[in-house]
Design a protein around this ligand. Structure first.
Ligand code: HEM
Length: 431
């Protein structure tokens, strides 16, 4: 609210200065600077920006497999054939795991974003405050529906109904976060929105001021199916060599994934290009290489999917990799839009006052390294164990045992450092 008040005061000032004529655009640069944290950035903004884009890419990867997994399972449950039911259960499992990964991986870009783009984030979140609070509640309800669908997976009509409710809630959550992100790109309109063009003050927090259907379709709906299709091809590739698995079913599932992914990638491409055409001309986005690289990413992905149709197993890895590159290029383009939008008002995160602090980043990068080692072990073991036929026990190799010992050691070391730092800080504060 403090930001909104500052914002309003600045505009009121400009209102008076301009002889009673509203002058929203003239002070936008000063307004943004006034709202940024006066303490400056605790670390190089560009490092946070890169991490923000990377973690956002991972966040979206699992948002896509959560929503896409639900779409596929709903479709599978509408069919009476046994293989479709099996398929629906597998994609439901993917959706269930993906929601938790999407949530966990959503925290990281949020942390980076709020540090380097605080005027954008907090203002936009305040403008639609109630929706933003509801975001978490709707997410929790949606996730319960997904779990409900999972527990009733042997009763197709019940599971389908719960999956439909689950996906509707998650799409609504995506709508809210879309609105908050999209509104933040138009600082020149914030005061106008908040005051209804100078007539009132909208303090309810219940308003939605901007929504772009093409951005929503191209950042959420189409890639959900397109990316999940590649995951289904991976499912085919991963289980195919297991002697107790039904190869015909897996090959059929791989083909279903590849076909739906290809159709969806065309929708993705079209909606993405339409979104680009809605971007205001003064942002210079249409002339930017980054914009067209994001288009190229989807074109490449669609091309790889096109060549995958005959033999999805062999193309599972290339499809997943190109899909990931397409999301990454869109994440870069999306960040570029933020730079282009704020640059119009002479605002840049690279101009922040640096208040360098090394211990927190050290702890952060240490935690990241520890996490990578621990997860490398966990994921590798899950990968190996999943390849073992039912009823057999996977025997770890010598190197795998060593990696296990290393990850336990790293986890202990990390806990000691983490608690130790906390204790030192407490002792210093009270000392
Ligand atoms: C499963 C439910 C979720 C869905 C469907 C979802 C969907 C999305 C979508 C579509 C966007 C891009 C919006 C746009 O630019 O138009 C986005 C961005 C974002 N999401 Fe999520 N999200 C979910 C959960 C979360 C959670 C739980 C968090 C935080 C803990 C989160 C944090 C973020 C952040 C910080 C961004 C913006 C990042 C940036 O601009 O760099 N999301 N999300």
């Amino acid at each position: 609210m403090k930001n909104i008040r500052k914002l309003f005061l600045l505009s009121a000032l400009s209102f008076m200065l301009m002889g009673g004529k509203w002058a929203f655009a003239t002070d936008v640069g000063a307004m943004l600077k006034a709202m940024a944290d006066p303490a400056g950035a605790p670390f190089f903004p560009v490092v946070m920006q890169v991490l923000q884009v990377l973690t956002f890419t991972l966040h979206m990867l699992f948002v896509y497999t959560a929503i896409g997994g639900l779409f596929f399972s709903i479709y599978g449950f509408t069919k009476s054939e046994e293989r479709w039911k099996r398929f629906a259960k597998a994609t439901l499992e993917l959706a269930k795991v993906s929601v938790s990964l999407a949530v966990v991986l959503g925290v990281a870009p949020l942390l980076f974003y709020q540090v380097i783009y605080d005027p954008l984030w907090y203002t936009s979140a305040n403008l639609s405050a109630w929706w933003y609070v509801l975001f978490i509640i709707l997410l929790i309800i949606g996730y319960y529906f997904v779990w409900g669908a999972y527990f009733t997976k042997d009763k197709p009509s019940m599971s389908m109904l719960l999956s439909i409710l689950g996906v509707l809630f998650l799409l609504f959550v995506g709508f809210i976060i879309h609105v908050v992100n999209y509104q933040s790109l138009f600082p020149e309109k914030w005061v106008e929105w908040y005051t209804d063009g100078g007539r009132t003050m909208n303090t309810s927090g219940w308003n939605i001021y901007a929504f772009n259907v093409f951005r929503y379709l191209s950042f959420l709906v189409f890639p959900s199916v397109a990316i999940t299709g590649a995951f289904i091809m991976l499912y085919n590739w991963y289980f195919r060599n297991r002697e107790d698995m039904d190869k015909d079913y897996l090959d059929w599932a791989g083909k279903v994934g590849a076909r739906f992914a290809m159709y969806a990638s065309i929708g993705w491409l079209v909606s993405h290009i339409l979104y680009i055409f809605t971007i205001p001309a003064d942002w210079g986005a249409k002339e930017s290489l980054l914009t067209w690289l994001s288009v190229l990413g989807i074109v490449l992905y669609a091309g790889v999917l096109f060549t995958s149709q005959k033999n999805p197993v062999n193309m599972a890895i290339p499809s997943t990799l190109t899909g990931f590159i397409a999301i990454l290029l869109i994440a870069i383009f999306r960040e570029y839009l933020r730079i282009a939008s704020t640059a119009r008002f002479g605002y840049s995160i690279y101009n922040y006052k640096l208040n360098l602090e090394f211990l927190s980043p050290l702890l952060f990068f240490g935690t990241l390294l520890a996490g990578l080692i621990i997860y490398a072990y966990g994921w590798w073991m899950a990968y190996r164990a999943g390849k073992t036929p039912k009823g057999k026990v996977y025997e770890a190799t010598e190197t795998e045992h060593n990696l296990g010992d290393l990850s336990v050691f790293v986890a202990l070391l990390w806990t000691i450092v983490w608690i130790g730092v906390g204790l030192i800080v407490i002792a210093r504060n009270y000392g």
